[in-house]
Design a protein around this ligand. Structure first.
Ligand SMILES: NC(=O)c1ccc[n+]([C@@H]2O[C@H](COP(=O)([O-])OP(=O)(O)OC[C@H]3O[C@@H](n4cnc5c(N)ncnc54)[C@H](OP(=O)(O)O)[C@@H]3O)[C@@H](O)[C@H]2O)c1
Length: 503
C-alpha cells in the first residue's frame, strides 16, 4: 500500500504569518474578530534595581543630570529638599522625593528603593556677599569674580557629614544591586501569588509563537507553554515534505533589549539529549539575519548554556554569512529557540531525531556585565591644593584662595571624597574646574594630580556623570576636568581609559 504523504496545512501557514505580523492586514482582521482582551506582547525584563538616584537634583548640575538621564531612558529618582520646587523644576516624569542629607532620618528606605546608582551633585550654597538674584544668576555665571560667602548649611555638614549619611543609607542597597547578570525571562514562578512578583510577564502565547517548517511546506508542529516552574518548548518535528525544523520565536520586543556591556546570554534548560539552536536578531524585519548558537542538551538534566555574543554565527535561513556585522547587542529585537535537522550550510545536526521533543526553559539571562561605578560624586578641582607646600595662591581659583573664609569648603569636599573611597562601592569622583552655564559638547581635558585650571559647563559635567555609570573604565577614578573651546563628540571609553584608578 502506498504511504499517504502528510499534507501541508495552509491554515497554520497563515496563522504563523499573522502571529508575527508578516501580513499586518490579516492580523488586524484577526484582532477585530478575536477577543479584545487578548494580551499584547510587552517587554518582560525583571523588575530589578534600575533607578538612578540624583542627589542635589535642583542644583545647576543636578537638574541637568536629571534631564540627561531621562532623555537617555533611565528611570530617575530626584532627591530634593523642597518637594514643590522640585516638581516645578523637574516635571512630572521624575520620581521626586524630599530628603536632606544632613538629616539621616530623612534618608528612608523609600529614597533608596530599587536604586542601581547614585549621582551626587550637592554642595553648600555659595553666593555673593552682596546677595544674588532669585535665580542665582551671579553664582551660576561662573567666571566673573564676586566676594563669595557660604549661606545655610556649612560645608562640613553638607560636603562631609551629609555625604557620610548618604553613603550609610545607600551602601547596602547598592551592594545588593551589584549584579553582573540580568534576567530577561524568568519562567520559574509565573503564577506567583507574591504581590510584587519579580517578573511581570504576559502569558507565553502573547510573546512566543510557533515558527515551524510549515512556512516552507513542512508539517512539523511546536508550541511553548508554561508548566510548573518552567516554559516548555515541545512538539513533533517531521522531515516530511522536505521539512525538518520546529521553533518558537518572540514577536518583536518593545522596546528592543539593550544588552550592551554584557558578555552574552545564558539559558537554564532541561532537554532530551538533542542539539538545539538559540537565535537572536537585531533587526526587527521578519526575514533578517539570525545570530545563532547550537547547544547540546543532556536528557533530563538541568544545565546552564552560556552563549557569548562574540561566538554567535550570523546566518540567513541557516546559511552562514561571512561578511555580516556582529550582533548589535544594543538592540536585540527577537529571540528564537529551534530544533532543526540541519546545522548550517546543509550540514546535518548530529544529535537530531525526528518525532516528539521537549526542552524546558527556566530562564534566559544576560551575563558577564563588568562592574560599573555606582556612586558618582561631583567634587571640585583644587581640593588638595589648599595645603600644598609652595603653592602660589594668586594663581589659584577663588575657592582655593578663600577656602578658610568659605568654611573650609574644599577641605570638607576632600573629606567627603575620602568617605566615598572608603565606602567599598565602585565610584567615580569628578573634580570640575569653574562651572559655567555655557553649552556642553565641548572637548574635555581630564587630568589627575589636581593641577588643572579653567572652566567647564554644567551640561558637560552632567554628561560625564551619566557616562561614568555606564563605563567600567570609570570605576574608582578621581580626576579633574575642564572644557576646551572646540566642540567635540566625546569617546567616553577612550576618555576614561587614559586615567589611573585610585586603587
Ligand atoms: N561653582 C563652581 O564654580 C564649582 C566649581 C567646582 C565644583 N563645584 C561644586 O559642584 C557641585 C555642583 O555645583 P552646582 O553649581 O550645581 O551647585 P548648586 O546649584 O548650588 O546645587 C547644589 C545642590 O545641592 C543641594 N543640597 C545642598 N545641601 C543639601 C542637603 N543638605 N540635602 C540635599 N540636598 C542639598 C541643593 O539643594 P537646594 O536647591 O534645595 O538648595 C542643590 O540642589 C557643588 O558641590 C559645587 O560646590 C562648583
Amino acid at each position: 500500500m502506498k504511504a499517504t504523504k502528510p499534507s501541508w496545512n495552509p491554515g497554520r501557514f497563515l496563522q504563523t504569518l499573522t502571529y508575527f505580523e508578516v501580513i499586518p492586514v490579516l492580523n488586524w482582521f484577526q484582532q477585530l474578530f478575536q477577543s479584545s482582551t487578548a494580551p499584547q506582547p510587552t517587554m518582560t525584563t525583571t523588575a530589578s534595581a534600575n533607578t538612578v538616584l540624583v542627589v542635589g537634583a535642583t542644583g545647576g548640575v543636578g537638574k541637568r543630570v536629571v534631564k540627561q538621564l531621562h532623555d537617555r531612558g533611565y528611570s530617575v529618582r530626584a532627591l530634593v529638599r523642597d518637594l514643590e520646587r522640585g516638581k516645578a523644576m523637574l516635571g512630572d516624569d521624575v520620581d521626586i522625593i524630599d530628603a536632606d542629607i544632613t538629616l539621616p532620618e530623612t534618608l528612608t528606605p523609600a529614597v533608596v528603593k530599587d536604586i542601581r546608582a547614585v549621582i551626587c551633585c550637592t554642595g553648600p550654597r555659595v553666593q555673593p556677599k552682596e546677595g544674588d538674584t532669585p535665580d542665582r544668576a551671579k553664582y551660576y555665571q561662573g567666571l566673573k569674580f564676586y566676594m563669595p560667602e557660604v549661606v545655610g548649611d556649612s560645608p562640613e555638614s553638607t560636603d562631609y557629614q551629609g555625604i557620610k549619611n548618604l553613603l550609610h543609607a545607600i551602601a547596602d542597597p547598592l551592594k545588593a544591586a551589584q549584579t553582573n547578570e540580568k534576567i530577561l525571562f524568568d519562567f520559574t514562578d509565573h503564577s506567583s501569588p507574591d504581590p510584587s512578583p519579580p517578573t511581570p510577564q504576559p502569558p507565553l502565547p502573547a510573546l512566543w509563537g510557533a515558527l515551524d517548517d510549515v512556512v516552507m511546506g513542512g508539517v512539523s508542529d511546536s508550541t511553548m507553554r508554561q508548566i510548573d516552574h518552567a516554559a516548555l518548548f515541545t512538539g513533533n518535528v517531521s522531515t516530511a515534505n522536505s521539512g525538518g525544523f520546529a521553533s518558537v520565536r518572540t514577536r518583536n520586543l518593545e522596546p528592543a533589549l539593550n544588552l550592551s556591556g554584557y558578555e552574552g546570554v545564558k539559558l537554564r534548560v532541561k532537554g532530551d539529549g538533542q542539539r538545539y539552536k538559540f537565535l537572536m536578531r537585531s533587526d526587527d524585519k521578519w526575514d533578517s539575519i539570525a545570530y545563532s548558537h547550537s547547544f547540546d542538551t543532556t536528557a533530563n538534566a538541568w544545565i546552564d548554556v552560556h552563549i557569548p555574543f562574540n561566538t554567535l554565527i550570523p546566518a540567513f535561513r541557516a546559511k552562514t554569512l561571512t561578511d555580516a556585522a556582529p550582533l548589535n547587542a544594543n538592540r536585540i529585537c527577537s529571540l528564537q529557540l529551534m530544533l532543526s535537522k540541519f546545522e548550517y550550510d546543509g550540514n546535518l545536526n548530529p544529535l537530531f531525531t525526528p518525532g516528539t521533543f521537549a526542552l524546558e526553559v527556566q530562564s534566559i539571562s544576560a551575563y558577564g556585565r563588568p562592574t560599573m561605578p555606582q556612586f558618582v560624586l561631583v567634587s571640585s578641582a583644587g581640593v588638595t591644593r589648599i595645603d600644598r607646600p609652595g603653592i602660589n595662591l594668586d594663581e589659584e581659583p577663588p575657592a582655593v584662595r578663600m577656602n578658610d573664609q568659605l568654611g573650609g569648603i574644599l577641605t570638607w569636599k576632600r573629606r567627603g571624597e575620602e568617605a566615598v573611597r572608603e565606602s567599598g562601592l565602585p565610584y567615580t569622583i569628578v573634580r570640575p574646574c569653574a562651572l559655567t552655564e555655557a553649552d556642553g559638547g565641548k572637548q574635555l581635558t581630564l587630568d589627575q594630580g589636581d593641577n588643572l585650571r579653567g572652566a567647564i559647563s554644567r551640561d558637560d559635567v552632567a554628561a560625564i556623570c551619566i557616562h561614568a555609570i555606564e563605563q567600567p573604565q570609570a570605576c574608582n577614578l578621581t580626576f579633574e576636568v575642564r572644557a576646551e573651546d572646540t566642540d567635540l563628540a566625546v569617546h567616553w571609553t577612550t576618555l576614561f581609559d587614559q586615567l589611573q584608578p585610585d586603587r
